[in-house]
Design a protein around this ligand. Structure first.
Ligand SMILES: [Ca+2]
Ligand SMILES: [Ca+2]
Length: 257
């Protein structure tokens, strides 16, 4: 698996290579009524050109929602490969990449994701928007973000767009697939996609939310108190050794008095 990792910040950790079989994708914790747990993310979006290359946008806008009823859109995963059948050929995603940041507990699973993509159009310019999806179980895509409308200008790469997401809650530790769907903003038509079928960058990304990316527990303090169990053990050994020496010298008749 290849995942593009940039290294702009001190907290950035290198991503360890993970095999697809190393950890099974996690389930989304359904409650007693079968509803999946609350989702919350922070996000930032914009054209890549408006960000300094070595910086993050810093996802600050909080978006939290109950996924069971209101905002989450889910669909079968096999619905993601419809480019040929539904796209008009007037728009396409030329290239896309994912980057992972922040692994506070050092377990190789990250809570901050940047998705960037360069979409192009046959037209001189056209407004589009993108929907971003995650899949943790290999069976269902769940929408986690919808961008604002933004302008594509022909086939230039200067209109590359990016979305940074900090997963706050509702995203348990697992290996997630990511999918971008592109829509014509004027008509709402699906016009293209980019996901695991197009690049391994969008497969089995090690992600967990902030709740699961806790800092490691502090080291166990070493007790220097006297009289503890360790001291008793040492005292017991000394007495045992003295007893053995005494018995041997009595048997040899060489004990001094
Ligand atoms: Ca982690
Ligand atoms: Ca472009």
């Amino acid at each position: 698996m290849t995942i593009r990792i940039s290294a702009p910040l001190a907290k950035l950790c290198l991503l360890a290579t993970l095999s697809a079989s190393s950890t099974a994708p996690a389930a989304p914790d359904p409650d007693s009524e079968g509803n999946v747990s609350e989702r919350a993310i922070r996000y930032a979006e914009g054209f890549s050109a408006t960000r300094e290359e070595s910086d993050l946008r810093n996802a600050l806008v909080l978006d939290d929602f109950q996924s069971a009823s209101r905002a989450v859109v889910a669909k079968p995963k096999d619905s993601a490969s419809r480019t040929l059948s539904e796209s008009t050929g007037e728009f396409w995603v030329y290239a896309a990449a994912t980057e992972l940041f922040y692994d506070d507990d050092g377990d190789g699973y990250y809570h901050y994701l940047r998705v960037s993509f360069d979409a192009d159009t046959f037209f001189t310019d056209a407004y589009v928007y993108a929907e971003l999806y995650l899949s943790w179980d290999g069976e269902t895509w769940e929408r986690y973000f919808v961008t604002e409308d933004f302008l594509l200008q022909g086939s230039t790469s200067l209109d590359e767009y990016e979305i940074e997401t900090e997963f706050v809650t509702g995203y348990p530790t697992g290996l997630y697939d990511v999918l971008i769907e592109l829509y014509d903003a004027d008509f709402g038509d699906f016009v293209g996609e980019f996901g695991p079928l197009q690049s391994s960058d969008f497969s089995i990304l090690p992600i967990e939310d902030l709740e699961h990316d806790g800092l490691p527990p502090p080291p166990v303090p070493i007790s220097h108190e006297h009289g503890g169990s360790g001291s008793i053990s040492w005292l017991w050994l000394m007495l045992l050794l003295a007893g053995l020496l005494g018995r041997r010298c009595e048997e040899a008749g060489k004990c001094s008095r």
